[in-house]
Design a protein around this ligand. Structure first.
Ligand code: AMP
Ligand code: MG
Length: 397
């Protein structure tokens, strides 16, 4: 049996970054910059400006009564000088007029008949200096994460209208099993709905990839082969579920071995022991266990980091925090468990309680879980009162 770390290392070793394309900022949400460090050509802000509505003054003139000499609004190009003994009404974001070195906010002045009484203000007060956020020539490091509103705001403020982003890895998804029917279809005896196809497609998108419509194949080597061949011709990664164990109808492994190469691993983890990993025509192929809880947890641990690596992103993008188990939760002593837990704040700090039953056939507790509580190999249970790492499942990327 392999450890999770050994398996992950082998998976990541095959990742190749996808190509790039240039996109306008309004199409970049969720996309990943090809380069996270930029050199900026402009000062931000490009000119000194007022951070308040008020009066632009010479600090040396304050306290004092000043003559109102004009007005400057945001966007103004022509500016009235602030000569000694005068002041200019100014709006937030308006350029500082020549001569002025401070702004007295509206709230502290007394304005009457063209005369403005201003208490003492310090030089630089309520002024945003040119380049105080970013200086031209400075390297700007943006977060190594899919672009969200905050990073897009920074790019726009730097004067950047288009950026080079990675093409999302195209991920083909295959569910195998004679028993599977599409969600919503009526079931005959012995059949179940294919939960993995749509679930793994969603997980691909959450990881930053582009899922092709999920495909189902019965436990038939000929049909599985057809899907694997077509995925290898078009996708950057194939994620299959079901049919990778050692049952008589588990054909996915044989097919991949015949078309390319394949490793089959038993991973010291619970849920989700078997994992097949190989390639066909240079396209990585991952065979996940069929059980939906196992499929989603193995996807989380191995496919998500692989997709991110193809995007040039580090790790899983998930946050791990220490959490205290509030009750004993049993597990297989030989394997590392990823228990489905809910988190809350309590007297012990972050507290973890089971989100429901922990059998890998119990899918709803996974949907209710805030985190996977990681309980190491060699321990028979998560013990009440002990602290473990909790891998937060929220969308962090
Ligand atoms: P397998 O890995 O093919 O042996 O499947 C293990 C278990 O997962 C069996 O109970 C299957 O019926 C179930 N299973 C396999 N694929 C899916 C799927 N796509 N959706 C829901 N359950 C599945
Ligand atoms: Mg099966």
């Amino acid at each position: 049996m392999r450890s999770v770390e050994e398996a992950l290392e082998a998976v990541l070793a095959v990742a190749r970054p996808t190509g790039t394309e240039r996109l306008p900022l309004d199409r970049c949400r969720g996309r990943v910059l090809a380069e996270h460090r930029l050199t900026v050509a402009v000062d931000v802000p490009p000119f000194a400006n007022s951070s308040m509505d008020g009066f632009a003054v010479r600090a040396a003139d304050t306290p004092g009564e000043l003559r109102l000499a004009g007005e400057v609004a945001a966007g103004a190009g022509l500016l009235t000088d602030v000569a000694p003994g005068t002041t200019v009404r100014i709006m937030t974001g308006a350029p500082m007029p020549p001569g002025a070195d401070a702004v007295a906010p509206l709230e502290i002045v007394d304005e009457r008949d063209g005369a403005v009484r201003v208490p003492a203000v310090e030089s630089g007060a309520s002024v945003r200096a040119q380049g105080h956020d970013t200086r031209a020539g400075d390297p700007v490091a943006l977060p190594e994460a899919p672009l969200g509103a905050n990073a897009i705001a920074v790019l726009a403020s730097l004067g950047i209208g288009q950026v080079e982003v990675r093409r999302p890895p195209r991920v083909a998804i295959l569910s195998t099993g004679d028993e599977l029917r599409a969600p919503g279809e009526p079931l005959e005896p012995g059949q179940i709905h294919d939960a993995n196809g749509v679930a793994l497609a969603a997980a691909v998108e959450e990881a930053g990839g582009e899922a092709t419509p999920p495909v189902r194949a019965p436990d038939d080597p000929v049909q599985i082969e057809a899907v694997v061949r077509s995925a290898a011709a078009r996708a950057d990664l194939l994620v299959a579920s079901g049919g990778v164990s050692v049952g008589r109808h588990d054909h996915v492994r044989d097919v991949i071995e015949r078309l390319g190469s394949l490793d089959f691993w038993r991973i010291r983890m619970q849920p989700g022991k078997p994992l097949a990993f190989g390639s066909v025509n240079g396209v990585p192929v991952m065979g996940l266990p069929g059980n939906p809880v196992s499929a989603l947890v193995t996807f989380e641990l191995f496919a998500r980091p692989l997709i991110r690596r193809m995007l040039g992103l580090p790790g899983s993008g998930r946050v791990t925090l220490p959490a205290v188990a509030c009750e004993r939760m049993g597990k297989d002593p030989d394997r590392r468990a990823y228990l489905r837990v809910r988190l809350s704040r309590g007297p012990q700090g972050l507290e973890a309680r089971p989100a429901g039953g922990q059998q890998s056939s119990q899918l709803r507790p996974l949907a209710l879980a805030d985190a996977l509580l990681i309980v190491p190999e060699g321990e028979p249970a998560a013990e009440a009162g002990r602290t473990y790492d909790a891998l937060l499942l929220g969308q962090t990327a």
